[in-house]
Design a protein. Structure first.
Length: 136
């Protein structure tokens, strides 16, 4: 179900809690909300739709990837960039990494590891920051 985008900075700055199997519904809510905002959005974290759980979604090309309890395992190739966010007005400078490796649970609650490069890596890092209460 499509959800409203949270713009409350105090809420967004709170640490997200570990997701459980009971949170699997978030995959569909995030996908529906991402689709509804497709002109301005390529990734979301659960706290952006009002749920402080460690769940993110981002586009890997045209394919939406949902990660439950993602953990950043490695990062390399730091660079400076500028990003926007549906929860904020305007864009801000930030540091990202060209390549990252993330461990997570998929929608079937199976352990996965994914290495991302370029824009998908940048989007994933932005959403991982949201889980930690870090806002660009």
């Amino acid at each position: 179900m499509e959800k409203a985008i949270v713009k409350d900075i105090f809420f967004l700055q709170q640490l997200s809690e570990r997701a459980s199997r009971e949170d699997l519904y978030l995959a569909q809510d995030l996908q529906d909300t991402l689709q509804a905002n497709r002109e301005n959005c390529i990734g979301l974290a659960a706290n952006m739709i009002g749920v402080r759980k460690r769940v993110i979604i981002f586009l890997y090309g045209l394919v939406p990837v949902v990660m439950f309890n993602p953990v950043l395992l490695s990062k390399s190739g730091p660079y400076q960039t500028e990003e926007g966010c549906l929860s904020l007005v305007g864009s801000r400078p930030t540091q990202r990494y060209q390549e990252i490796t993330v461990d997570y649970l998929d929608k079937n609650w199976q352990q996965q590891t994914m290495t991302l490069k370029g824009l998908p890596a940048q989007i994933c890092q932005h959403e991982l920051d949201h889980l930690e209460g870090i806002i660009i």
